[in-house]
Design a protein around this ligand. Structure first.
Ligand SMILES: Cc1cc2nc3c(=O)[nH]c(=O)nc-3n(C[C@H](O)[C@H](O)[C@H](O)COP(=O)(O)OP(=O)(O)OC[C@H]3O[C@@H](n4cnc5c(N)ncnc54)[C@H](O)[C@@H]3O)c2cc1C
Length: 435
C-alpha cells in the first residue's frame, strides 16, 4: 500500500486561533495552505482542548510597553478589517466594544504590568483614556463596586484607568469568520491528524509525517502548537525549557455569575484588578459583563482569577476540571469588591477550565525558529508562536500575518516591536535531550 502524500506551499501545525489566522493570511497571499490539528473543531469554533477554547477574550490597549501598544493598535485595526472584509452582521461583531476598567493599587507591579506605568505610556503615546483618581470616583462611575473594597489591606486607595474602546472578543465568531474567509480563497484546507515527525531538507523544504503515516511536503512551515509544543520542537532538536524557571501549563478556572436583584440594570465595564493584596501582587482577578455570546451564558458575568494553584509540565498530566479553590477565592473576593445583591455570588451557574502555556518569564514566544537554544541562526522557511502565556488572543490577526512574513520572507516589518517575544531569549528552549 502506498503512503498518501500531500503537497502544499505552507503547512501550519496547530489550528488554534493563531494557527488559523496564519492559515488565512497565507491563503490570502495566494499560497496553497494546509492546516493540521490533532483535535476536531467544536462546530464552527475552536476545538475544546486547546488554549483557544471558550466564548470570550479580553481586548485591551492599556499596556505599559509602547511596543505592545503599537502591536495591539494594529491588531485592533486588523480585527475591524476582517469584519469589513467578511461583511460581518453588525448584530454579531467579532469585537463587542465596551469600556474597560483597569483598577487597583497604582504602584504594585504584577505580571500584567502596573497602573502607573500604563498611564505614563498612554500619556507618552497620546492614547486616550480617563483616569479615576480615587475609590469615590470609581464608585461614582461604576456604582456596582463597594467603596470599602477599593483599598488594599494596608489602606492604599485604588485608582482606575478607563479605556472606552476596550472590547470582548467573540471567540466562536472569530473562528467562524476567519475559517470562512480562508476557505473562500480556494487555497485552504484542514487535515485532522497528529504531527509526529518533522524533517527539513537541504533545499529548505519540509516534510511532516502524520500519525497515520501520511506525509505532507511543504515549502514553508508554521508552528502554533499551544501546550503541545514539545511534540513539534523535538524533531527540531529543541524542547520547552524545563529547568528553573521552567515552562509550565497553568490550569485556569473561571465561573459565570448571574445578576442579583439590585444588579438588573447596572452598567458593568470589562474589568481587570491589579494587586488587591500586598502579600501576593499576582493574585489578580478580572471580569466580563454579559455580552450574550451563548444562550447558556446570557445574563451572566464571567469572572476569573489570573493565577493558579496547579501547574503541569506536560499535556499528558492535564485535568480539565475547574479548581474549587479558585471558585471559592473568586467568591470571597467578589463579596468584598461588589455591592451586596449586584451579583448572585453564592451560585456560580457554570464553571470552566482552560490552560495557559506559560513561558518561564510569562511572555509570548514569537519569531523564527533558532537552530539551537539562544542561537541567533535560524531554520529557513519556518516560524513559531508558542508559550502565548494567557495573552495571545487579542493579537490574532496580526500574529497570523507576522508568522507568514517570517516563514516566507525571513523578516517582518513589525520586528522592531517584537523584542520582548524573542525566540532566542534565555530560558525559552533547551536541547531536546537536556535534563
Ligand atoms: C482562561 C483563559 C483566558 C484567556 N484570556 C485571554 C484574554 O482575555 N485576552 C487574550 O488576548 N488572551 C487570552 N488568553 C490567551 C489566549 O486564549 C491564547 O493565547 C490563545 O488562544 C493561544 O492560541 P494558540 O493558537 O497559540 O493555541 P491553541 O488554541 O492551544 O492551539 C494549539 C493547537 O495546536 C494543536 N497541536 C499541537 N501540537 C500538534 C501536533 N503535534 N499535531 C497536530 N496538532 C497539534 C493542538 O491540538 C491545538 O489545537 C486566555 C487563555 C485562557 C486559557
Amino acid at each position: 500500500m502506498t503512503t498518501l502524500q500531500h503537497s502544499t506551499d505552507v503547512l501550519i501545525v496547530g489550528g488554534g486561533t493563531i494557527g488559523l489566522s496564519a492559515a488565512y493570511h497565507a491563503a490570502r497571499r495566494g499560497l496553497r495552505t494546509i492546516l493540521v490539528d490533532q483535535f476536531p473543531n467544536q462546530g464552527s469554533g475552536p476545538n475544546d482542548l486547546g488554549s483557544s477554547r471558550g466564548l470570550e477574550r479580553m481586548f485591551r490597549i492599556l499596556y505599559a510597553q509602547p511596543e505592545r501598544v503599537r502591536l495591539v493598535e494594529t491588531a485592533y485595526a486588523m480585527w475591524h478589517e476582517l469584519e469589513q472584509h467578511a461583511r460581518v452582521d453588525p448584530a454579531r461583531p467579532l469585537l463587542v466594544e465596551q469600556d474597560m476598567l483597569f483598577f487597583g493599587n497604582p504602584d504594585v507591579s504584577t505580571f500584567e504590568g502596573n497602573i502607573s506605568n500604563i498611564q505614563a505610556t498612554m500619556d507618552q503615546l497620546g492614547v486616550p483614556y480617563e483616569r479615576l483618581g480615587s475609590p469615590d470616583e470609581i464608585v461614582a462611575r461604576y456604582p456596582i463596586f463597594e467603596k470599602a473594597g477599593l483599598y488594599t489591606p494596608d489602606g492604599t486607595a485604588y485608582v482606575g484607568l478607563v479605556q472606552n474602546n476596550g472590547a470582548t472578543i467573540n471567540v466562536q465568531r472569530a473562528f467562524e469568520v476567519t475559517r470562512e474567509l480562508a476557505e473562500r480563497t480556494g487555497r485552504y484546507r484542514q487535515i485532522l491528524d497528529r504531527v509526529v515527525h518533522i524533517e527539513q531538507h537541504t533545499s529548505g523544504a519540509w516534510t511532516v509525517t502524520l500519525v497515520n503515516g501520511e506525509k505532507i511536503h511543504a515549502g514553508y512551515l508554521i508552528l502554533c502548537p499551544g501546550v503541545w509544543l514539545d511534540s513539534v520542537l523535538a524533531p527540531l532538536g529543541l524542547a520547552a525549557y524545563k529547568k528553573d524557571p521552567a515552562w509550565s501549563i497553568w490550569q485556569m478556572t473561571l465561573g459565570f455569575f448571574a445578576r442579583g436583584p439590585s444588579g438588573k440594570d447596572a452598567h458593568w465595564p470589562i474589568w481587570y484588578e491589579f494587586g488587591n493584596t500586598n502579600s501576593d501582587a499576582n493574585r489578580l482577578f478580572y471580569g466580563f459583563p454579559d455580552v450574550g455570546f451563548s444562550e447558556e451564558t446570557r445574563g451572566k458575568f464571567k469572572i476569573s482569577a489570573d493565577y493558579t494553584y496547579t501547574t503541569w509540565s506536560s499535556p499528558d498530566q492535564i485535568e480539565r476540571s475547574p479548581d474549587p479553590r479558585i471558585i471559592a477565592d473568586i467568591q470571597a473576593h467578589l463579596r468584598a469588591l461588589v455591592k451586596p445583591g449586584v451579583l448572585d455570588i453564592d451560585n456560580p451557574t457554570l464553571q470552566g477550565a482552560c490552560m495557559y502555556s506559560m513561558a518561564p518569564d510569562g511572555d509570548i514566544v514569537l519569531g523564527r525558529i533558532p537552530i539551537a537554544p539562544e542561537a541567533t541562526q535560524f531554520r529557513t522557511n519556518a516560524s513559531i508562536l508558542c508559550m502565548a502565556s494567557g495573552r495571545g488572543f487579542k493579537y490574532t490577526p496580526l500574529f497570523g500575518r507576522i508568522l507568514v512574513d517570517l516563514a516566507v520572507t525571513g523578516s517582518t516589518p513589525y520586528q522592531v516591536d517584537l523584542g520582548d517575544f524573542s525566540t532566542t531569549r534565555a530560558h525559552v528552549f533547551q536541547r531536546v535531550n537536556d535534563k
